[in-house]
Design a protein around this ligand. Sequence first.
Ligand SMILES: CC(C)(COP(=O)(O)OP(=O)(O)OC[C@H]1O[C@@H](n2cnc3c(N)ncnc32)[C@H](O)[C@@H]1OP(=O)(O)O)[C@@H](O)C(=O)NCCC(=O)NCCS
Length: 371
Amino acid sequence: MSSNAHITGWGMAVPEKVLTNQELEMMVDTNDEWIRSRTGIEERRIASDDETTASLATEAAINALRVAKLPPSQVDLIIVATSTPEYLFPATACLVQDRIGATTAGAFDLLAACSGFIYALNMAAETIRGGSNKNALVIGSETLSRVVDWTDRGTCILFGDGAGAFVLQASDEPGGIRSSVMRSDGSGGDLLWIPGGGSAEPATNQTVDDSHHFIRMNGREVFRFATRVMARSSEEAIKKAGMEVEDIDLIIPHQANLRIIDAAARGLKLPMERFAVNVQKYGNTSTASIPIAAVEAIEEGRINPGDNLVLVGFGAGLTWGALVATWTGPFAELKPIRMRRYRRLARVRSFLLRWARRLGAIFFGRRGDSA
Ligand SMILES: CC(C)(COP(=O)(O)OP(=O)(O)OC[C@H]1O[C@@H](n2cnc3c(N)ncnc32)[C@H](O)[C@@H]1OP(=O)(O)O)[C@@H](O)C(=O)NCCC(=O)NCCS
């Protein structure tokens, strides 16, 4: 009998620093009224100098493991969906693996822009259903403030920083991730992109002078695309799960723009009350927006075990996708775990491994070179 992939843990982490629309008025030619009426956004969070995509991802992961009561040593797979990785390589997921002490986990990053969390959940669920993994950690984490052009009013008002994470676990019980849809259209790649810093345009003084390392976007076209695909992919995922729209208790959409969510609600003929919305507080946090909205919906008591959810998103690529999940919550029989202790152990372990490698290089390095 094949396992189902249940969502048993969740966590989020956002920077403390809040950037309001009023503060943006002092930075670019915009105003609170315009931003609220066109996007629904009121404020967003901005990472401090010592916060990064990996540090936010680690915090969210620890919170999710605490809820699932799952020791990091039992995590088999870590996927970090991100558009703002710590480095081109190593993967941000490997940094998280080291920082939480997930000693037997595989770890990789997934780049599908704002649809990344849905893609990553689906990939992790498939490995659980296929039997190769029992426990997976799926994280969406971003520091978009580092790739936003703070002089471009068309984009800088939209984005924010943050991270969210889910724990997926195998169980023969019915429920968990029920169906998914993943789609793409690369012909729209230049509607939302960062032209510089990759292999096509490696970083040079010129690419920096030309601001090619910042987000570029054709807002109107992205808006049209988003309103086309949100309802359609949700319906497709619902049908694949053998359900009707009426069976869905809550829709958790990518939080990019309130008007896009409103269009999805009209497309699905559902009232806005059936949608989780917190774009006003965080702006668009890309891969992190869906798990952050889910965590806040749980905290508000809007998600309960047995509820059917649709997670739906779109983003650069172009990519879009949706999935249907029946909510589970932590497996009941487990005891609480002390994540702080695991974290401390992970730090010591990482330190010792680095030193062992250094000493190994001193004592055996030359022999290794000549081999
Ligand atoms: C970006 C977005 C909010 C712009 O809203 P819009 O209603 O499409 O606005 P437009 O781009 O048509 O611009 C309308 C006017 O407002 C101006 N404007 C643009 N940004 C502005 C700002 N921050 N403040 C004030 N005015 C602004 C434009 O210059 C334009 O002026 P003009 O008519 O004199 O040329 C909207 O297109 C959008 O949300 N697109 C999707 C973006 C998205 O979700 N990206 C992430 C995908 S994961």
